[in-house]
Design a protein around this ligand. Sequence first.
Ligand code: 3HC
Length: 311
Amino acid sequence: DTQEQLDDFQKRIDAGEKIEPKDWMPERYRQQLIRMMSQHAHSEIVGMLPEGNWITRAPSLKRKMVLLAKVQDEAGHGLYLYSATETLGVRRQKLVEDYLYGKAKYSSIFNYPTLTYADICVIGWLVDGAAIVNQTMLAKSSYGPYSRANLRICKEESFHKKQGYEMLAKMADGTPEQKKMAQDAVNRWWWPTLMMFGPHDTDSPNSAELIKWGVKTKTNDELRRHFVDRTVMEAEAIGITLPDPDLTYNEETGHWDFGDIPWDEFWSVVKGDGPMNRERMKARRKAYEDGAWVREAAMEHARKKKLREEK
Ligand code: 3HC
């Protein structure tokens, strides 16, 4: 990369232009996008497991249909994101294998168990709510295919969040046992949800570069604060208490201050020692290995079709 190329590239970013797959880009920009977009894709796919676990036990036909649709949407998000990542010149198979047998990461949040149906409500409200805050920002990303994938994802996430919030509101307005279940699920998911936004800005090695290149347009802490601000009111409206005694409105900043995030827990989950990391990886590897025959059959079909066309 020459300095002139880098300067021209930076000018395009600063002017708000989108970078498209065939445009010149610094190798480091390409690598950063592959890292982040593939992590995002892996997260969507592994994210089907905690909820998929409850499809057969949904409390009514309506809830089962909603959950089925939502879990299918997550698969779709994973597929758009893998396709968008492939525009950077890397094959999907390599991305998936780096994740299943290598070191590629996926979101910490999917390494927690779903103990009751209230967890499904809370995943919709909090986890998808946090995903919307993060992905609305990413829909403005400088890389065209990533930005467009996130635009579409956010529309679907917004349905996911609403169904979760509506269910939780019903549960929080139900019998004492249902109220207790709802509150218990919020108590368990609150801190892991705040961790989804990543480490504090001071401990985030990638943020500065990603912001300079417009891949991220807001920092981890800015997004986390925005999420807390909007969630406090939503919790209050349905009679749910957020499990943080330090949560207080700060008149000066106009934002809610919150307590310390348990970062030791976050890093232990990121390193593979969370409550469900091993099970999640095992399930994903099994699905990949059990599906080998489908990939082989599709390749063979494509090979024969090409031969016929050439004749
Ligand atoms: N879980 C796992 N790893 C995380 C993490 C998290 N919640 N937050 C940060 N990390 C990792 C980073 O990947 C990085 O590791 P690496 O350099 O080895 O890749 C390291 O911790 C340091 O973090 P940084 O802040 O420097 O990393 P980034 O600047 O990339 O920011 C991010 C992290 C905010 C997660 C950003 O990458 C991002 O916005 N990614 C795209 C969105 C995404 O992946 N979302 C995952 C959830 S998907 C989802 O919610 C699906 C929905 O349907 C529920």
